[in-house]
Design a protein around this ligand. Structure first.
Ligand SMILES: CC(C)(COP(=O)(O)OP(=O)(O)OC[C@H]1O[C@@H](n2cnc3c(N)ncnc32)[C@H](O)[C@@H]1OP(=O)(O)O)[C@@H](O)C(=O)NCCC(=O)NCCS
Length: 193
């Protein structure tokens, strides 16, 4: 699924992820704080390259689409994925460089990917599995109209322990004009400062 489009928002450009992006995204995937709710910390760039290869040309390529999240000026700040697509149902994941968190960029990126998934790609349902302690991700899900559907107990094995996950789901029929509409983010922004 390599031929998906670049998505543009007010402040961001989401372009299809490439294996070469591993070089610039390794600092994100190797940061223990950023990875706390996301997955095992990467120990080498080769690990990040291997993950991206699996998504772009390997075992996950047939049922996933990934984007590199960039500021309009070109600075790479994170990545976003819609993966595990089966029967038009898919999971989303996203991660931002620590320096770029807290500016509303993730909400902006996820909103545009949801809109693409439902409006252009034709997906039926998107879901997010979120650690109950991951407040920013829950806020993003809530702001975009996802419904809290369940609490999975000890369903995610990470750092040697079993963690709970909240399941947030959104159906194409619920993707309303108000959820689609970006509100002006009052926080400062790397594009504006
Ligand atoms: C999740 C993540 C992408 C959010 O990025 P972000 O750009 O900071 O998100 P936004 O700026 O769009 O803000 C999201 C919301 O979380 C809130 N938030 C951010 N940090 C917070 C904190 N420490 N405590 C409480 N709320 C917080 C923001 O205020 C905002 O809510 P609001 O609009 O009601 O004010 C980022 O924190 C990250 O990369 N985390 C690590 C990876 C991860 O957890 N991925 C998701 C797995 S499901």
């Amino acid at each position: 699924m390599a031929n998906h489009p670049t998505l543009k928002t007010l402040r961001l450009k989401l372009r299809p992820l490439t294996v070469a992006d591993a070089d610039v995204l390794f600092p994100v995937f190797s940061n223990p704080e950023t990875m706390w709710f996301f997955g095992e910390v990467h120990r080498s760039i080769d690990e990040t390259r291997g993950l991206f290869e699996a998504f772009i040309q390997g075992e996950y390529a047939a049922n996933s689409r990934q984007w590199t999240i960039c500021l309009k000026a070109g600075q790479v700040i994170g990545s976003l994925s819609i993966h595990g697509v089966e029967d038009a149902i898919a999971q989303m994941g996203f991660i931002l460089h620590a320096d770029y968190q807290g500016y509303g960029y993730a909400t902006e990126a996820v909103r545009s990917a949801v809109d693409y998934a439902f409006t252009d790609w034709g997906l039926h349902r998107l879901f997010l599995n979120i650690d109950p302690n991951n407040i920013p991700s829950q806020r993003i899900a809530q702001k975009l109209g996802f419904t809290l559907e369940g609490h999975l107990r000890q369903s995610f094995y990470l750092r040697g322990i079993y963690l709970d996950e909240l399941v947030y789901g959104l159906l194409v029929s619920e993707w309303t004009p108000s959820a689609k509409e970006p509100t002006t983010d009052k926080r400062s922004s790397f594009e504006l400062i």
